[in-house]
Design a protein around this ligand. Structure first.
Ligand code: ADP
Ligand code: MG
Ligand code: MG
Length: 884
């Protein structure tokens, strides 16, 4: 249904079936939109005939006639695609107002003010959407009309739109039409039929509008879905003080609490609420806050209608078994439902609602697990302001808490600046009066968003919430001048300039000067409960990439079931690395076997200590140790003083050290003397590591522990390197077992990261007991893209649609993925018990986890913070695709 009718159309139909008060209408399918584009932007031949036919029913239902002089029906043409794209496409309201229908409707409503208000809105919207945007023009008619309107109000001394009289609005409408003629070069169409045809085309066109395309790119929505058009009878929230318009959520979308949450405006139409033009009234007591508590709520002002709406809320939740976002309009005391859709929510809200609805028996466990998107977990694990430090911080302003968590960054005032500054590696906060759909790119890259206008349902709040981004809206004390790139805090001497560092607490709605310390969001018991439910559905293992006992412990607390990648060389970075690094340098600069052996032996206790601590931390769970992979050039001492130090110890001249460093220089180190190649040339290096690992294991066994080590040989190109290395491993194994009098269980396997190894997987699996796909290098080698340099051209590849996504983030199913699938098949043919994992960055990416599941992988391994995301992704894959 949704695919054809779009989300809005399908849900309008659903609400009709439930007997809810929905203005009559018809839906033109998304297929017509694809036809329209396939046909060089021509409406399908029979479409308008069908529309006029369908209109007969709408007219009958509403008791009015479109284009009629006595009793004219007015229409809206509303966009609506399969997947919700809030505010990204266009809608035209009040269609059908023209000289033939104006007198009739004035006579009927006896409300000329309302009629001319609707008329000037039609001219404004139509000129912008149909005459300008849909024609691909850029004349800024909307802005020009807005300015005319402001000047008119100014000249008359009016502050609010509601002060304009019927005559004023009539004059404005005439002036608007003249301006449209002047700027656009054509008359505003004075014919009802022509207006509808134009509006339908314009909605189709808005599918390819700039902001819609940009939004689709971010959300991964295919370009060929197209939009439906809902042609619907108008109802009016701007008919006077018993009329109103509003939006609401059936639960709080920011934290998930089961309260009815919304905003409304008296005597207003359409998008006035979302646009943040006036501060909207609270729907009820539950939605009152500092900014709106002085305004009457719907509950107070129109108790009967509120009751009706609240019943609809319950009814809809029961029907859709989810939180919904609804739009309604009240015309002279009668309630109409204009839209409902599953509401966007923060990660916190998603989790809370899933657990609440499970308890309410609205949904089952499987559904609850599917209700939280893996990416949303990220946000639950996101940092928050350290409350102790926050208590003493200098408060800049307060607003509404529209998106949770904390963010620290430099202030920028435009979407373009946000994009540009983040390209340079800055963290930014976007500060604006309000945001509109043109700002999505900048909002996306910003760490936080702060606006001075708008309520909890404003554009900024809606979009930020969808992305789980820290956001504060409606910080009324801010006086933002985007053009001058400053904001003043009213009533104080505080000024915010571009580049100033601020901290936002989106959970509270507070903004502070300077960078406050952030801390990890505290352990949420509901999160734990949810994750154990997730594991009931998960079948694939999840491990972590870690090389310190600290990281291992953290990952274990996040539910890691072992270590899939321990990079031995990480002991040479960071704290406590000086001594081992110095010894390593001696090792790589050695020219004789004796020198080298001495250095290797000296290094062994360091390696052993690291391995033992990690094995102990992961007691009972497997730990995959990858053999040393030192990029020799990186570790060779480059500075004069370091070279001197080594020269002294080795008892050779500095010039000799410099010569040896030179000799180590590689033109292309990524493809140089690394990985297993090093052990092939110098077996003693491998033997030292294997001995360290077996001895650490033996000692732990003696201490009554259950270590489960795995040796991973990497950068292999085929089976031979593995058999040669295995001979060394066997030799050391026998020595250590004899020395300690223990028997050690371990696995021997390889990292697959060279395309050739994928082809030779059947032979490799003769020796290897497990494979682990090193998808960082495998992607690099398959594409011939250097990981470290690809950022200069990858964005162009994605813009120009050469690639759908960054293959270093999401496994490329076509190339790299095919190699993995083939490697799995070939490996398993030789060894049906082969354990297969993945340990590249992609191991924590939801789409890649799904790919791994479909290939029957034993586990995925990712960084500690991504472990919960991988667990949930694996559960989603199992629920979606069934047993593998
Ligand atoms: P969006 O997809 O951007 O939310 P909509 O099609 O929902 O766009 O239209 C925006 C607003 O226009 C609605 O929230 C509603 O207030 C108003 N609107 C649309 N159709 C009608 C109608 N038939 N009667 C009254 N108001 C309408
Ligand atoms: Mg809407
Ligand atoms: Mg590698």
């Amino acid at each position: 249904m949704k695919n054809l009718l779009g989300g809005k159309g399908a849900n309008l139909a659903e609400m009709c079936l439930l007997g809810l008060p929905v203005p009559a209408g018809l839906t033109i399918t998304t297929e017509c939109c694809t036809d329209y584009y396939a046909n060089n932007c021509q409406l399908p031949a029979s479409l308008m005939d069908d529309v006029w036919k369908g209109m007969k029913d709408v007219e009958k239902n509403m008791g009015m006639k479109y284009g009629d002089a006595e009793n004219p029906l007015l229409l809206s043409a509303r966009s609506g695609s399969r997947s919700s794209m809030p505010g990204m496409m266009d809608t035209v309201l009040n269609i059908g107002l023209c000289s033939a229908t104006l007198p009739g409707i004035i006579k009927k409503t006896e409300n000329p003010r309302f009629v001319y208000d609707s008329y000037r809105r039609l001219i404004m919207m139509y000129a912008d959407v149909v005459m300008e945007k849909a024609e691909g023009l850029d004349k800024g008619i909307r802005r020009q009309l807005d300015e005319m309107f402001d000047e008119f109000k100014h000249a008359k001394g009016y502050k609010s739109d509601t002060e304009l009289s019927a005559d004023d609005l009539k004059t404005v409408a005439e002036q608007f039409k003249a301006k449209v003629k002047e700027v656009m070069g054509v008359e505003f169409p004075d014919d009802a039929k022509e207006q509808l045809v134009g509006a339908i085309k314009a909605v189709f066109k808005s599918w390819n509008g700039r902001k819609a395309v940009s939004y689709r790119r971010i959300e991964g929505i295919p370009d060929d879905w197209g939009t439906a058009v809902n042609v619907q009878a108008m109802v009016f929230g701007n008919m006077g003080d018993t009329s109103a318009t509003g939006v609401a959520f059936t639960r709080d979308p920011a934290v998930g609490t089961n309260i009815f949450y919304g905003e409304w405006l008296i005597n207003a139409q359409g998008e006035d609420v979302v646009a943040g033009i006036r501060t909207p009234n609270p729907l009820n007591d539950d939605t009152k806050n500092e900014q709106n508590k002085h305004l009457p709520s719907l509950q107070e002002q129109m108790p009967n209608i509120y009751k009706e709406l609240d019943d609809i809320r319950t009814n809809l939740e029961r029907e859709f078994t989810d939180m919904l976002d609804i739009e309604f309009t009240i015309q002279e005391g009668k309630l109409y439902m204009l839209q409902c859709r599953v509401g966007k929510r923060t990660g916190t809200a998603a989790l809370n609602m899933a657990m609440d609805m499970l308890k309410e028996k609205l949904i089952d466990e499987k559904t609850a697990v599917m209700r939280v998107e893996p990416a949303q977990l990220d946000e639950l694990l996101h940092p928050i302001c350290d409350p102790k430090i926050e208590a003493t911080a200098k408060l800049l302003c307060k607003g509404l808490p529209a998106g949770p968590g904390a963010a620290v960054g430099k202030v920028v005032f435009t979407s373009e600046d946000a994009v540009e500054w983040t390209r340079r590696g800055e963290k930014v906060l976007l500060v604006r009066k309000e945001t509109n759909p043109e700002d999505v790119d900048g909002m996306r890259v910003s760490d936080g968003i702060l606006t001075s206008l708008g309520g909890m349902t404003s554009h900024a709040a809606l979009v930020a919430r969808g992305w789980g981004k820290c956001c504060i809206v409606g910080a009324g004390v801010l006086d933002v001048h985007e053009d001058k790139k400053v904001a003043y805090v009213k009533g104080t001497d505080m000024v915010i300039k571009e580049g100033d560092v601020l901290t936002l607490n989106g959970t509270k709605g507070h903004a502070y000067e300077g960078a406050l310390a952030l801390m990890e969001s505290s352990e949420n018991p509901r999160f734990q409960e949810f994750m154990s439910m997730v594991d009931k559905f998960r079948t694939m293992g999840v491990r972590t990439n870690a090389e310190t006992a600290e990281d291992a412990a953290l990952a274990r607390s996040f539910g890691a079931e072992g270590i899939g990648l321990f990079r031995t060389e990480h002991m040479f970075y960071g704290k406590g690395a000086d001594q081992p690094l110095f010894i390593l340098r001696k090792m790589i600069l050695s020219t004789t076997n004796e020198e080298r052996l001495a250095a290797i032996n000296e290094l062994e206790p360091f390696v052993k200590k690291d391995m033992k601590e990690t094995l102990a931390e992961m007691d009972g769970l497997p730990v995959t140790f990858r053999l040393l992979d030192p990029p020799l050039h990186e570790f060779a001492p480059q500075t004069a003083d370091k070279q001197e130090e080594i020269a002294k110890v080795l008892g050779i001249p500095v010039a000799e050290v410099a010569r040896r460093v030179d000799a180590l220089h590689e033109i292309n180190p990524m493809m140089g003397h690394r990985g297993v190649r090093l052990g092939i040339t110098y077996p003693a290096i491998t033997e030292m590591q294997v001995r360290a690992m077996f001895e650490a294991t033996a000692e732990l066994l003696k201490e009554g522990k259950s270590p489960k080590p795995e040796i991973m040989v990497h950068v292999t190109i085929g089976g031979r390197e593995l058999t040669i290395t295995k001979a060394s491993v066997d030799k050391i194994y026998d020595e250590v077992c004899a020395k300690f009098g223990v028997k050690i269980d371990y696995l021997y396997g390889t990292m697959i990261e060279i395309p050739r190894a994928c082809f030779l997987s059947d032979r490799i699996a003769k020796t290897a007991q497990f494979f682990s796909f090193g998808t960082n290098d495998l992607t690099q080698m398959t594409y011939g893209f250097s990981r470290d340099d690809a950022s200069t051209f990858l964005p162009d590849y994605i813009d120009k649609k050469i690639l759908d996504s960054d293959p270093f983030q999401t496994i490329d199913p076509k190339g790299v993925g095919e190699l993995i699938t083939m490697s799995c098949e070939r490996g398993r043919k030789t060894n049906p018990n082969l354990k297969i994992g993945i340990c590249g960055e992609q191991g924590g990416d939801p789409k890649s986890v799904e790919f791994c599941y479909l290939n029957g992988l034993t586990y995925v391994s990712c960084s500690p913070y991504r472990v919960p995301i991988a667990r949930l992704s694996a559960a989603h894959a199992a629920i979606k695709h069934g047993k593998k």
